[in-house]
Design a binder for this molecule. Structure first.
Ligand code: SAM
Length: 284
């Protein structure tokens, strides 16, 4: 595994100065890596998707289990170096590195990954998660490290103070839980926020969301509108997307079996889906 000295040396050799823009905080603690791999329940022979492998700390931990890893890295210098690091430290390991932006990836080489394990770049963690859950239906479960605030939001349910649009959208795909805290001291450079591990498992069968793609888009639009004005009653907050007036919005909400005086923060993803279905008689 890569310790603090190896991480700094490797970065220096590659001429990599970690950038905030790409959320480059590299893990230099073997115990943290082991904990992530164990919590994810990675097994030999399965294919794991890692986003942002960076200098390879987590990648090496994943490869050590005998799993195949497909790693998507946006930084060309890191993507180019990683196979060499893996060959040196884990000869014969099954690693495929894709040099790309995880937000654009729709097809991956090799066996479809069943698990996502990643220390995600902070600034794009939610869009990356939602994009992958949408476009890589083979992913059944995962463990990701994210900023603590974001992790609590992802795992929040209706009624919680931190429940918001990301919570509902994440729930479209599966069940989420906080799987542990991570000290900021395990990173280089040390970030100015705390991190958590978040676990998820897809609801239903793999690739089996609660509604169609058109329903997902309509639901997410309603969710965004509801949380843009989260203190307002739904009939007001949703008047724009549900017809133009509070009266029209109330009629749609009543058809969906939702109290027009409720607030978005009280509704679960299935309530939002019912509203989308009540609005559009036919969605395709
Ligand atoms: N996995 C490594 C570790 O734990 O030490 C690095 C994690 S670091 C928090 C995030 C990594 O994601 C960086 O290597 C960064 O270059 C990469 N990254 C940032 N934005 C990305 C994107 N849109 N697609 C793919 N990789 C990205």
């Amino acid at each position: 595994m890569l310790g603090p000295a190896e991480i700094r040396d490797l970065a220096q050799i590659l001429g990599v100065t970690p950038t905030k823009k790409l959320g480059q905080n590299f893990v230099h603690d073997a115990n943290t890596v082991r904990r992530i791999v164990q919590t994810a329940g990675v097994e030999a022979g399965e294919t794991v998707l890692e986003i942002g492998p960076g200098l390879g700390s987590l990648t090496l931990g994943l490869l050590e289990t005998g799993a195949s890893v497909v790693a998507v890295e946006i930084d060309g210098r890191l993507a180019e170096q990683l196979p060499h690091t893996a060959t040196l430290m884990q000869p014969g390991a099954a690693l495929t590195v894709v040099h790309d932006d995880a937000l654009r990836v729709t097809e991956l080489p090799g066996e479809p990954p069943v698990r996502l394990v990643a220390n995600l770049p902070y600034n794009v963690s939610v869009p990356v998660l939602l994009h992958l859950l949408e476009h890589v239906p083979s992913i059944e479960s995962g463990i990701v490290m994210v900023q603590a605030e974001v992790g609590h939001r992802l795992a929040a349910g209706p009624g919680s103070k931190v429940y918001g649009a990301p919570s509902v959208k994440a729930a479209w795909y599966g069940d989420w839980r906080i799987a542990g805290q991570v000290s900021r001291l395990v990173f280089w450079p040390v970030p100015n926020v705390d991190s958590v591990l978040v676990g998820f498992s897809r609801r239903g069968a793999p690739g089996d969301p609660p509604g169609t793609e058109a329903e997902r888009r309509a639901t997410f639009e309603i969710v965004d509108a509801a949380f843009q004005q989260r203190r307002k009653m739904l009939r007001q907050a949703l008047s724009g997307v549900l017809g133009g007036s509070a009266a029209e919005a109330s009629a749609v909400l009543e058809r969906a079996g939702v109290d027009p005086q409720a607030r978005g923060e009280q509704l679960g993803v299935d309530d939002f889906l019912r509203i989308a279905r009540a609005l559009h008689t036919r969605l395709d």
